[in-house]
Design a protein around this ligand. Structure first.
Ligand SMILES: Nc1ncnc2c1ncn2[C@@H]1O[C@H](COP(=O)(O)OP(=O)(O)OP(=O)(O)O)[C@@H](O)[C@H]1O
Ligand SMILES: O=P(O)(O)OC[C@H]1O[C@](O)(CO)[C@@H](O)[C@@H]1O
Length: 320
């Protein structure tokens, strides 16, 4: 088969190892791999090229995506999707592999309904917000970038009596905030999915200050849009000088971790192995296994945070 790969939505570290494995494993299985550059915008523009081993040499340790990505307004219009379909036909592409997040899977859904182009979707976004799936490519590297940043902030935090409010990405999903709050021993974790109580946190913090607490690390998910409010709250209600840091796009960068590289390879192998026999699926990673799921099941479900992790983090949200 002629199989083309594209990366869509927010780039994430681990896309490059996935692209490398895609090329190598496709040739191994007697398929011909193609690149579509610039995501869905590139597909509309027909930026399609046969991929070679040389294209993917020396990329396994690089963050980002060598074939680039995009967010495409034009994709919502059928005229442009038709143009994309014509481009695939022109290059003799038999199937698509798409690395992206939930938006990209919705894009795949309309495209499949329109033109029935066989596909495999692979979850890739730092947000880790794909339903029925435990892991999206990019998450582990982003968590390690956050860990590193918090370690550095802690150096200065522990040298002053201050509160540091750190905003992490994730759109409407609190996964990055929840996981990094627990992994980095934060005093506060506020996420969109769970109601928090500043009143309870205040009681606890004032008590802790009496017992010698010297500084605070607070993690706030970007989706709440309350980072400045929490900084002011520390100053007014807790009486601690406060600083805020928005980690921003550094969370999308960095060399893919070992876990990232291995998982990316396994996602790709599962996708290529099954693209002929079940050409309309999302590869999910659930309870340590790689499982094919219907696209429709994914996009009509809601992701859920790990209840055990929520229990561990409950005190950081002011829950008794
Ligand atoms: N409902 C939809 N119908 C058609 N196309 C869509 C739809 N939702 C998203 N898309 C297309 O998919 C692209 C990628 O989606 P989006 O920008 O939400 O990123 P994503 O795949 O969710 O990744 P990330 O979570 O990393 O941002 C959009 O720019 C748009 O072109
Ligand atoms: O790179 P952009 O388009 O500013 O998008 C930022 C968004 O993309 C993500 O990094 C990935 O979805 C989100 O966490 C963040 O809200």
């Amino acid at each position: 088969m002629n199989i083309a790969i594209l990366t869509s939505g927010g780039d994430s570290s681990g896309m490059n190892p996935a692209i490398k494995k895609f090329v190598e494993y496709s040739y191994l299985k007697n398929h011909t791999p193609y690149f579509i550059y610039d995501g869905l915008e590139g597909l509309i523009e027909g930026k399609i090229k046969k991929a070679s081993f040389k294209d993917v040499s020396g990329i396994i340790f690089r963050g980002g995506t060598i074939i680039r990505s995009s967010r495409s307004k034009r994709w919502y219009e059928k005229t442009y999707r038709k143009q994309a379909y014509e481009n695939l036909k022109k290059h003799g592409i038999d199937a698509l592999v798409i690395l992206g997040g939930d938006g990209s899977f919705r894009a795949l859904d309309v495209f499949y309904k329109d033109f029935k182009v066989p596909f495999m979707g692979i979850p890739a976004t730092i947000d880790n917000d794909i339903p029925l799936n435990d892991y999206t490519i990019g998450t582990d590297t982003a968590l390690n970038v956050i860990r590193h940043a918090i370690d550095e902030i802690r150096d200065t935090a522990s040298s002053f009596a201050r509160a540091f409010v750190i905003e992490v990405m994730g759109r409407e999903c609190g996964y990055l905030a929840l996981t990094s709050a627990v992994a980095n021993g934060a005093e506060m974790c506020l996420i969109p999915e769970v109601e928090y109580s500043l009143e309870n946190l205040k009681k606890r913090y004032l008590n802790e200050i009496k017992n010698g607490r010297g500084y605070f690390i607070a993690i706030v998910a970007e989706g709440l849009k309350i980072t400045d409010k929490i900084k002011e709250w520390f100053e007014k209600e807790i009486g601690f000088e406060a600083r805020s840091t928005i980690l921003g796009h550094i969370q999308r960068g960095g060399s893919p971790t070992v876990f990232e590289r291995l998982t990316a390879a396994e996602f790709i192998v599962k996708a290529i192995d099954h693209i002929e026999s079940s050409p309309d699926k999302i590869v999910t990673h659930k309870n340590g296994e790689f499982i094919l799921k219907d696209l429709n099941e994914i996009i009509t479900s809601k992701y859920a945070l790990n209840p055990e992790m929520l229990k561990i983090a409950a005190p950081l949200m002011g829950k008794e």
